[in-house]
Each structure stands twice: as structure tokens, then as C-alpha cells.
Ligand binder design. Structure first.
Ligand SMILES: [Zn+2]
Length: 67
């Protein structure tokens, strides 16, 4: 049981470190482009999920001291 906790903490620590180094993931709404294209493909508007930034702050980063 103790081993399970240690492994769990290690996984959590690795995840926390990764979130510090790579705090952003691609927005799931637009795939990281920040644009929401019209069906014609020629016009677009800002993605409403990320408001045009194309990135998505990872949950871990929010938990471990991000903003
Ligand atoms: Zn987006």
C-alpha cells in the first residue's frame, strides 16, 4: 500500500513538473489555430473557447500556481 502511494506521488510530481515546463496545450475547440473557420474556409472568427489565443492552460498548471 505504501508503494502505491509513493508511485502515485511520483506520477503527480512528474505531471506537476511537465505542467511547469509546458503549461499550455492546444485548444480543443480550434486545435491550436485560434480560429474558428466558416464552412467555406475563407473567413473565420476568433475561437470562442480560447478567444483567439489557440492555447489552453493545462489543468495542472492552474492547480500548481498558474494563473
Ligand atoms: Zn480555440
Amino acid at each position: 500500500m505504501t508503494q502505491l502511494i509513493v508511485v502515485g506521488l511520483l506520477v503527480l510530481a512528474c505531471y506537476a513538473i511537465q505542467c511547469l515546463i509546458w503549461p499550455f496545450a492546444s485548444c480543443r475547440g480550434c486545435g491550436g489555430s485560434g480560429k474558428h473557420r466558416s464552412p467555406s474556409g475563407r473567413t473565420f472568427r476568433n475561437c470562442s473557447r480560447c478567444s483567439g489565443s489557440g492555447r489552453h492552460l493545462r489543468l495542472g498548471r492552474r492547480l500548481f500556481g498558474g494563473h
